[in-house]
Each structure stands twice: as C-alpha cells, then as structure tokens.
Design a protein around this ligand. Structure first.
Ligand code: EPU
Length: 448
C-alpha cells in the first residue's frame, strides 16, 4: 500500500529545478525534424489502461514531464507501470490498492483528473483532488463532475477533494454538455465503457486525440463509435481486455515547428507530421504567405519569403476542433508579429491565454490586449533578445520561437514548463541549426 498522501492543508509543493533557455537568435532554421507522439492522446490512454486488469502496451509515447507525472500517479495507486524502452510504456492495473489521486499529482497536471471516470467506473469509488494545471483561465471541472453524476455517481466535494462513489454500477445515459469540452468528453467516454447500458455523449469533442482514444478503447473490446461528428455512442461492457496501441503524432508540436521554420526565414521538413489534423492551422499559415505543403505524413515549410515578398497579417479565431486549436494560438501569434499589417486575434476557448503577449512585447512585438479574449498584433516588428519569463507550456514554446527569430540573445526563465509537453525540444532545435542552451537558473552550467 502506498503511503498516505497529504490533504490540501498539509501540502507543500516540491520545489521545481529552475532552468533557463539561452537562445541566440537570427539564424534561419533548416533541415528535418521528427514529430513525437501526442501528449494529449498519450495521457488519456495511460488513464484508460486502468479500465482493465490486463496489460496494455503503448508505443510512440512522448518522453515528457507530464507523462512521467501520470506514470508516477498510477504507480502511487498500486498500478504497475513499466518503461521498457524509450517511448514505450506498459501498464498493468490488476491490483489498484489506493483509490486516491492526491493533490501532489493534481497540482502538477490537470490531466490527473482523467483518472476520475475509469477508476469510478471500474472500482465504484475514488477520491480525487481538484486539478491545477496550466495557468490559463479558471479551468473548472464542473462538466466532468456533472457527467459522472448523470451516469449515476454520487459525488461530494470536501476540503479540495471530490469523493465519488458509484453505488452498484454506473448506468448508461445521455450525457449532454452545455458546450464542448475535450477532457469532459474523454472522462465521460471512459466511464461509460464499463457502465450498464447505452450512453450517448453530445456535443462530443472532435479532437483527433479523442478519436485515438476511441481507437484504443475499441482494441480493448469496448463498444464505442462516433456516430455523428459531435456524437459518441457507447454500449457498456462488463470487462475490457489489455491492448497495444501506437499514439498518434502531436499536431501541436508539429504546428510549433512550422512556425519555427517560418519566423526564422528557414526551410524545415517535418516528418511523421499529422497534416490531416492541422487543416485550420495550415490554412492560416498559407494565408499569411508562408510556403507550406503537406505530403502523406510530412510537412514542408518554406519561410524564405519573410523579407520578400513578406508575410501578410491575418485575423484568427480559436475554436474546438476542427477549428484552429487554442494550443496553436501562441505560436501563430509569434508568426503574426512577422506579418505586415494588423492581425486580430480572438482567443475564444480560454480566458487568460493572451496575457503572455506582454512577454512577447518585451522582445519588441506590438501586441495590444483589448480584453481577456481579444488582442491585435501590429507587424512587422523586428524582435530583439530580452529576458523573459514563461508562465505556461504553450506560451513557453512560443517565446522560444520568438527568441529564435530575434536578433541577439534571449534568456527564458521557467524552462520546466516547456518540458511538460515537448520531447527534447532543445535537441530538435539544435539539429535544425539553432543556438540554444539549457542552464540551471542562476548559474552558467549547462544541464543538457
Ligand atoms: N470548461 C468548463 N468546465 C469544465 C471543463 C471545461 O467550464 O468542467 C471550460 C474551460 O475552462 C474552457 C473550455 O471549457 O474554457 C474548454 O476546455 P476543455 O475542457 O476542452 O479543455 P481541457 O480538456 O481541460 C484540453 C487540453 C488542453 C487544450 C484544451 C482545448 C489535455 C490534457 N488538455 O484541455 O491542452 O488547450 O483541451 O483544446 O488534453 C495543452 O496541451 O497545453 C493544453 C492546455
């Protein structure tokens, strides 16, 4: 049995190893980069593996901090998680001894809340901490909790924890969301696979990561299908079996490298890139005048037109899939600093996801925040090296992009945020010809 975990009032977060990126910009990137497996697909599959006592095997799992946190959280529950080779994880959830997901996990990563649905459905009870995650808006979990209640769960909230039980078994039902939620959909989906009877989820998120999760569940023997674009139907089963699955490539990482090629005026080829999952983003990038072409699983980016004829301003609006991903708004905003004219940015999914533009302005950008959801970016402005601070994962990667495009040296504090979600990012940039170092905060010693 794992040690008892502290409740909220006893919790002191472990200090993170503070690191900085130091980037000397102004060099066109060129060459080829391999895209890693999707963070937001892999995390949900690791959670889904607790739906069965049999072994599940995942390949193409990204080597990132969030995956390590999820593996550690599972081990604390008594789940066996092996990591036999790079990018491969095996999960066997025969004996889950400790149906308690502590604040330590939740404070590090919102996706820890993905354990609610599967543990509740399989074991009939779980105590789970209210999650933290990135500082991008309020990000409540009310939709997840309401979905579990509609499936018959009894849930009380006390002292920062949800105490959830499913008397008997969860019961299939119609889960109606007031608006689309990715993890809300996924939590309801996982819970419904072992519920009694039929569940219909509507509107269901259409993100490719949700479909990858469905593909894995089908291999486990779950009876689940997307019957309309916004509808998922599940017929609950008594048991599921172990399965093997290779995680889809990360479309957000791919979009980040597209912008890297464009804003440095370089030429970059992405291999293993999910072009089909990036249609809205590719449309924007093309509209801005960046050369971009998609093959079956490659994307070629040609940013050499950055000076002549130059990139064009574009208005963008984020939306649930198939719209432009909110996770690609920060990289796209960096691209728009290098486009001529005024671009309007409407961040429709999260409030607070435009605040990082203040850091971008310290590098010479002209971004103006109108309100929590709207900003305008006036370009083209030359970017210069500066000292900036990362507040969350996607803004962090985007400040790296700005630094690669900037003249001079940029020091980016809070590098650990980027390691949550990007595999080996500095290695990948180095291989494309970037000058980048990762240093321990306050020292000159390299750590990579
Ligand atoms: N929302 C609620 N109540 C809820 C759940 C969501 O009000 O119970 C709101 C959110 O505050 C937000 C909107 O609904 O305004 C949509 O949020 P959604 O639930 O779709 O987001 P999520 O499932 O928490 C996932 C990704 C995010 C990504 C969003 C949107 C994972 C682990 N996270 O979050 O990824 O931005 O979908 O696509 O899958 C990232 O990878 O950096 C990241 C933040």
């Amino acid at each position: 049995m794992a040690d008892a975990r502290p409740f909220h009032w006893e919790y002191n977060p472990e200090p993170v190893a503070r690191e900085v990126f130091r980037i000397e910009g102004g060099r066109p990137l060129s060459g080829s980069v391999a895209i890693s497996g999707s963070k937001n697909a892999a995390l949900k599959m690791l959670a889904a593996a607790t739906l069965t006592g049999e072994r599940c095997r995942f390949t193409n799992v990204p080597e990132i901090e969030d995956v390590r946190v999820m593996a550690e959280t599972l081990r604390d529950l008594g789940v066996v998680v092996d990591h036999p080779a790079a990018n491969t994880y095996e999960v066997a959830s025969g004996d889950v001894e400790w149906l308690f997901v502590p604040l330590e996990a939740a404070a590090k990563m919102r996706a820890s809340f993905m354990l609610l649905g599967p543990l509740l459905s399989r074991f009939g009870r779980v105590i789970i901490s209210n999650p933290g995650g990135d500082r991008i808006g309020r990000r409540p979990v009310d939709l997840h909790v309401d979905a579990m209640r509609s499936l018959g769960a009894e849930i009380e909230y006390r002292n920062g924890y949800y105490f959830a039980t499913a008397p008997g078994r969860l019961r299939g039902t119609e889960v109606r969301f007031p608006f689309v939620s990715v993890m809300g959909t996924e939590n309801a989906l996982l819970a419904a696979t072992l519920a009694d009877g039929q569940t219909v989820i509507r509107p269901a998120a259409q993100e490719p990561e949700v479909d990858d999760l469905i593909a894995f569940l089908q291999k486990m023997g779950a009876e689940v299908a997307r019957t309309y674009p916004d509808t998922i139907e599940i017929h609950g089963r008594r048991r599921l079996r172990g399965a093997d699955h290779s995680v889809i490539p990360d479309r957000i990482e791919a979009g980040t490298f597209v912008v890297a090629g464009a804003v440095t005026g370089g030429r970059v080829t992405l291999s293993g890139a999910p072009c089909d999952h990036l249609a809205a983003f590719v449309e924007v990038v093309g509209r801005a005048g960046v050369g971009i072409s998609c093959g079956r699983d490659t994307i070629e980016v040609d940013g050499t037109g950055i000076d002549d004829p130059g990139f064009r301003a574009c208005d963008i609006q984020t939306a649930p899939y198939p719209g432009l991903a909110t996770d690609l708004q920060p990289p796209t905003s960096v691209l728009l600093t290098q486009a001529h004219g005024v671009s309007n940015v409407h961040e429709a999914v999260f409030e607070d996801r435009l605040e990082w533009l203040g850091e971008l302005n310290r590098m010479g950008a002209r971004a103006e925040l109108q309100d929590d959801h709207h900003a305008s970016i006036t370009g083209r402005t030359p970017l210069q090296g500066a000292e900036v601070e990362i507040g969350d994962l996607r803004a962090g990667a985007s400040l790296m992009l700005a630094a690669l495009a900037a003249e001079g040296t940029t020091t980016i504090h809070g590098a650990h945020h980027v390691h949550r979600g990007y595999e080996n990012i500095e290695r990948k940039f180095l291989d494309l010809g970037a000058r980048i170092e990762r240093l321990a905060e306050g020292t000159d010693s390299t750590t990579s």
